[in-house]
Design a protein around this ligand. Structure first.
Ligand SMILES: Nc1ncnc2c1ncn2[C@@H]1O[C@H](COP(=O)(O)OP(=O)(O)OP(=O)(O)O)[C@@H](O)[C@H]1O
Ligand SMILES: [Mg+2]
Length: 285
């Protein structure tokens, strides 16, 4: 009965909110460039702006959002797939209002889902669309066949890179791969671990020009994040850096978030949903 009441309440909430959550995939070519830290702190800053946010840890077998938050998720996405539990039951909510789903471990199974589990996921995900403003996917590094489904169905991507040539070339490959399948995907790039504002901006502009010249696509320069040892200190303390306003990394991420919110447009009901796109991708396979 309680379950029924909860379902009804969510349906009413969704009807009252004609908006759709914007699904954003946070990706990179090379691993360890700062996706999880950036998506977590970005998500928290969106919450600071009064947005309803769900952070979805989709890092195959190595999810770490709950570790970065210093919490322990009672349930993970595996409970949803193995136990066919409702997606609402695996969502954890932090004191400040950030909702997240833990990837757990052994998530490899997630990406070899059979059709019935994929269907189940899609139905569950549909229930979330009207409840949040933003749903962020923290993906594993690189792209593989299954994660490409999620990436291509998203409304936009944030590509994280550092100024190192290896990170840049891998980010280029990832963008090329996405563009090949979905030429209209909005791609925003963050240059993380920049040694100075000037060199970071130069690296980001060079990257934009290369993408424009060789892939004929205009990426959105989302911004620069500095190299700051406060990031690894925050990881050790298990307390996201955004809570310390004095840090240069915090100031930079706050600026990036404010610019993002200023320039972004809200989705309306005409926009094809993540689920519609996901279904289409499954049919086309
Ligand atoms: N701006 C920064 N300044 C200094 N160190 C950083 C910065 N960003 C990230 N790091 C370091 O890089 C480490 C890896 O970051 P993070 O886990 O966010 O990367 P990731 O891209 O999610 O990695 P993976 O590909 O394994 O998922 C952090 O623990 C931190 O030590
Ligand atoms: Mg990560």
């Amino acid at each position: 009965m309680n379950d029924q009441a909860a379902r009804l309440r969510r349906k009413i909430e969704m009807k009252q909110n004609p908006k759709q959550a914007k699904t954003i995939c946070v990706i990179s070519g090379k691993g360890g460039v700062g996706k999880s830290n950036t998506s977590l702190n970005f998500a928290l800053e969106l919450v600071n702006h009064g947005k309803k946010v769900l952070l979805f840890d989709l890092d195959v077998g190595m999810g770490n959002i709950d570790i970065l938050l210093g919490t322990h998720a009672r349930k993970t996405i595996l409970d949803m797939f193995n136990g066919f539990e409702s997606i609402h039951d695996i969502i954890e909510v932090e004191n400040n209002g950030l909702a997240y789903i833990s990837a757990g471990s052994g998530l490899n199974e997630f990406f070899s889902l059979d059709d019935s589990k994929k269907d189940f996921f899609m139905n569950q995900y549909t229930e979330l669309i009207g409840l949040y403003d933003y749903i962020l996917f923290d993906m594993g590094a690189g792209i593989h066949t299954d994660s490409l489904f999620f990436i291509l169905a998203a409304d936009e991507c944030i590509v994280i890179t550092t100024p190192e040539p290896t990170s840049i070339t891998d980010a280029y490959s990832v963008i090329k791969h996405i563009i090949k399948h979905q030429g209209k995907m909005p791609i925003q790039v963050i240059m993380n671990r920049s040694l100075s504002q000037k060199t970071g901006e130069q690296a980001l502009e060079r990257f934009r020009q290369v993408i424009k010249q060789f892939l004929q696509v205009d990426i959105i320069k989302m911004g620069i994040l500095p190299e700051d040892q406060a990031v690894s200190q925050a990881v050790v303390k298990q307390k996201p850096y955004i809570f310390n306003e004095k840090l240069s990394i915090t100031k930079a991420l706050k600026q990036i978030t404010a610019n993002y919110l200023k320039n972004t447009t809200e989705l309306n009901s005409i926009h094809p949903t993540f689920i519609q796109k996901l279904k289409q991708l499954l049919i086309e396979r």
